[in-house]
Design a protein around this ligand. Structure first.
Ligand SMILES: C[S@@+](CC[C@H](N)C(=O)[O-])C[C@H]1O[C@@H](n2cnc3c(N)ncnc32)[C@H](O)[C@@H]1O
Ligand code: SF4
Length: 417
């Protein structure tokens, strides 16, 4: 555990109490009381596994995928039935793995969700570039999908080679995207790869917008310890220069920064499953964040199906937050959108943000990390970089450790940070 994350945790939670995840769970999930609730569904199958990817996934087989989706639909029923009327939720996102591999069953899953939830801001699905074909897009659109996100990583052969990804047929991608339209067409890129320059990233972004994307996500490359990738990300100075220059470039072009790593060319475009106050997750490895707890489902497809067959929730670990821990969690994910609204914080916790974190906010202003207007704190370019930098520590200290354990053990006793 890095000393930086440890000290930051103690400082911000005003306590030496660690974040403790235990092998326990509530059969009844108290989501009825949650506003701004999002939904997430995980589909853990890929045609080929990429060596750099940390997500929970296995090689696709129709048989396992079908068994898994049957169980997934049961999990939706088990949770949905706990609340007697249909609950309003903001969005539904399908992530993976490669959810589009199960395109023919997405409607069935959405129908099960709609029995219990009213989705107000649309449905998003992640695609691999190989899935961007008119037949698949049409199936998704007819199922009610309004947003798609395509994992490009890079359009350039050099970086595709570094990541061991195949070349992309941009002509058929453009044709497919012009044939079947979506409110948001997002494309994901990985940056800070060895020898990569700002010009390379800019070119990738421009290609994305020219092919029909109206939203782009650029993720800094993270070298997870449990993956087999040998790729090392660029050093901090070069990463910062790339992020600053690309942000300025997007500003000049009139693109809107919707979060630390995402930019859109049209106002209607948006793709983010992260910036929700609360969310319910279904499927292997999916997480659920509620007012006082966070839980994570088992990473094992076999154990997931076994639990559901026994009519039990497939939760592996739960953390019950102290108030300060929940506040830190809230601020961390809200800051991801580059803005924190003090009124929204007060509505959520019933206490003023300034009262809880007045000193930190003054410090952040003093160091030029944030500016304040009408109670809304907005991150500066510098603030966004340091958030990103700290997030990297967080990912390596918390997510890397947790996912590293959960990939090997379906139900560990306890994980502590
Ligand atoms: C579930 S994948 C996207 C959909 C699809 N499976 C694909 O690969 O095209 C989600 C995204 O996470 C990002 N990602 C995966 N591994 C990463 C890593 N080690 N560092 C940074 N970003 C990563 C990639 O941009 C990827 O598109
Ligand atoms: S990057 Fe996408 S295709 Fe590759 S293993 Fe991860 S989820 Fe699967």
């Amino acid at each position: 555990m890095s000393i930086i994350t440890e000290l930051t945790r103690m400082w911000l939670t005003r306590s030496t109490k660690r974040f403790t995840f235990r092998k326990e769970y509530d059969e009844q999930l108290p989501f009825a009381e949650c506003d701004n609730l999002g939904l997430y569904v995980h589909i853990p199958f890929c045609k080929k596994v990429c060596n750099f990817c940390p997500y929970c996934k296995v090689i696709y087989s129709k048989e396992t995928c079908d068994r898994y989706i049957n169980a997934l639909i049961q999990e939706i029923h088990i949770v949905g039935q706990q609340y007697e009327s249909r609950k309003k939720v903001t969005s539904l996102y399908f992530g993976g793995g490669t959810p589009a591999l199960a395109a023919d069953r997405i409607k069935e899953i959405i129908d099960a969700i709609r029995e219990y939830f009213i989705i107000t801001e649309g449905i998003g699905v992640e695609l691999h570039p190989d899935n961007v074909a008119p037949e698949i897009l049409r199936v998704l659109k007819n199922a009610g999908v309004t947003k798609i996100s395509i994992g490009i990583q890079s359009f350039q052969h050099k970086f595709q080679g570094i990541l061991e990804r195949n070349n992309i047929d941009t002509v058929s991608m453009r044709n497919a995207l012009s044939e079947v339209s979506f409110e948001t067409v997002s494309m994901d890129f990985i940056f800070a790869l060895p020898t990569q320059t700002y010009e390379d990233l800019k070119m990738d972004m421009e290609t994305a917008f020219s092919l029909g994307a109206n939203h782009v996500a650029i993720y800094p490359f993270i070298n997870f310890t449990f993956t087999s990738s040998k790729v090392k990300p660029l050093p901090k100075k070069q990463k910062r220069e790339m992020l600053d220059r690309i942000t300025n470039y997007c500003k000049e072009k009139g693109y809107v920064r919707n979060s630390i790593w995402t930019f859109s060319s049209e106002e209607r475009a948006g793709y983010s499953s992260m910036t929700r106050d609360n969310f319910l997750g279904f499927g292997c490895s999916a997480t659920t964040l509620l007012k006082e707890q966070f839980k994570i489902n088992t990473f094992s497809i076999e154990e997931y199906c076994n639990r559901i067959d026994a009519k039990k929730l497939p939760t592996s670990l739960t953390i019950r937050f102290t108030l300060r821990q929940r506040m830190v969690y809230y601020l961390f994910w809200t800051a991801y959108s580059t803005k924190v609204d003090s009124r929204a914080f007060e509505m959520f916790f019933g206490v003023k943000l300034k009262k809880m974190y007045g000193f930190e906010l003054r410090l952040a202003k003093l160091f030029g990390f944030v500016t304040e207007e009408n109670g809304i704190y907005s991150m500066t370019l510098k603030g966004a970089f340091y958030y990103h930098y700290y997030e990297n520590f967080y990912t390596l200290a918390y997510i890397d450790k947790m996912w590293g354990i959960l990939r090997k053990e379906a139900f560990p006793e306890k994980i502590e940070f």
